[in-house]
Design a protein around this ligand. Structure first.
Ligand code: GDP
Length: 424
């Protein structure tokens, strides 16, 4: 059953679709807002020429919305879900990322210590390449070997960011806009503040890759104390990696089931205490859904075998259970990151979209009211003129009637006088 592979779910029922669909929807809405703004500006320019009802300040305000909406659309297109991995050197951060990507993307193992920040995201053109910080140049990379070589060649400081663009068609998580950040070990005298300010403030999820063979170290804990002092309630997952190694501990082999359960219980308890009591980032119930016992190495090996890249599948006892637990982690992780990213990335944009739509409505309402007022004024003016005409007409009528009467009387009078004169 582990060969079903893929992310924890198929492409279309993956929880990542919450983010993917929300992103599409908000992009469509802003597309409509952009049309609406453009139409309004065009309409305002039209009536500005013909009528005297439009205030130039209003036209300017509306024109400014064009560039605002354009800017928001730009940011929206680039929005993604970001997960950052931390832990001591060699705990298996690169291996976890590779297992999630179903491929050996990042160099891992002895001699390949990650000595800078590595960000993996989907390549727009299905070609793998990397871009160094402060550079525009795309260096083509075909293999992990080349990537490791390119990284060693450069003398990079530990907080430098190298972006690795990996073909989207090789991994569902990249296709769905998940961006992975691998960090140097927290034991490499890090400049924590700079790390967090530079690489973590926009992370939606943090994954602490711990070594299941030892307890959480002070350096690992310190880092997350710092993170949670800078971010309110960060989403943190704890992966107890190398769980396969504890399955094969010689002292566990005889009665290892009980022993292993005891070790697991202790790790679990301490990790819950760390998240709930020390960092206060979640409730104990939530914490239980954030702690996993896995083997990244086995999952990667199994997934590579599935694709025919290696022939050896892992055979260590308990492999299937650990594989399922990894898939369980992936599903919970996908749910958490997509919900969190929708909230942090889109909530502000929806507020601004609403604000712009309301402002536009107010401006158009204003124009409509001004136009109505103008119409009323003109009607009133016209009425005044009509009233005057009617009065004049009436006056004329009176005068004419009067004249008529007078002429009539005059004629009668003349007639009478004429006939009288004739008779005489
Ligand atoms: P990073 O420095 O934290 O990125 O660690 P790497 O991913 O480079 O891993 C360091 C070494 O540990 C490599 O040789 C891996 O093959 C090995 N490793 C990683 N995960 C596991 C695991 O789950 N089990 C075992 N046995 N070895 C692992």
């Amino acid at each position: 059953p582990w060969q079903q592979g893929g992310a924890a779910a198929g492409p279309d029922n993956s929880p990542l679709q919450i983010f993917v669909k929300a992103k599409k929807k908000i992009n469509d809405i802003f597309g409509e807002i952009e049309d609406y703004v453009n139409d309004t500006v065009e309409y305002m320019h039209d009536i500005e020429k013909e009528q005297n009802i439009i205030n130039t300040v209003r036209v300017k305000e509306t024109e400014e919305f064009v560039s605002k909406v354009h800017g928001i659309r730009d940011v929206l297109c680039r929005d993604h879900m970001k997960v950052a991995f931390f832990g001591r050197t060699s705990n298996g951060k690169s291996s976890v990322i590779n297992a999630m990507l179903h491929d050996k993307v990042l160099p891992s193992g002895i001699g390949h210590t990650t000595n800078c920040f590595l960000q993996v995201e989907g390549s727009p053109n299905d070609e793998p390449y990397l871009v160094l910080e402060n550079s525009e140049e795309r260096c083509a990379v075909e293999s992990v070997g080349q990537l490791a070589h390119a990284l060693c060649k450069e003398k990079l400081s530990e907080s430098t960011l190298v972006k690795v663009y990996w073909p989207k068609n090789r991994c569902l998580l990249l296709r769905d806009d998940v961006v992975f950040v691998d960090s140097p070990g927290v034991d490499v005298t890090p400049n924590l503040d700079e790390w967090i300010d530079k690489h973590c403030l926009d992370a939606d999820v943090f994954v602490l890759v711990a070594n299941a063979e030892s307890t959480l170290m002070v350096t690992e804990k310190n880092f997350f104390h710092k993170v949670s002092s800078k971010l309110s309630k960060p989403n943190i997952f704890i992966l107890n990696n190398r769980w396969d190694a504890s399955a094969t501990e010689p002292e566990f082999l005889d009665q290892h089931c009980n022993e292993q359960e005891e070790v697991r219980r202790q790790h679990q308890e301490r990790a819950i205490d760390f998240l709930v009591k020390e960092l206060k980032v979640c409730s104990s119930k939530e914490a239980e859904e954030r702690i996993f016992f896995i083997s990244a190495k086995e999952v990667l090996q199994a997934r590579l075998a599935e694709q025919g890249q290696t022939t050896s599948t892992p055979l260590t006892e308990g492999f299937q259970t650990r594989y399922f637990e990894f898939q369980d982690f992936e599903r919970k992780f996908e749910e958490c990151i997509s919900k969190s990213a929708v909230k942090t990335k889109f909530e502000q944009h929806s507020q601004r979209g609403k604000f712009i739509a309301n402002e536009l409505r107010d401006i158009l309402d204003g124009i409509y009211n001004d136009a109505l007022k103008l119409k009323e004024d003109r009607l009133a003016q016209r009425k005044e003129v009509t009233d005057k005409i009617t009065y004049t007409e009436q006056q004329l009528m009176v005068i004419t009637q009067d004249m008529k009467k007078k002429i009539h009387t005059m004629v009668e009078d003349v007639e009478q006088r004429v006939s009288k004169a004739l008779n005489e």
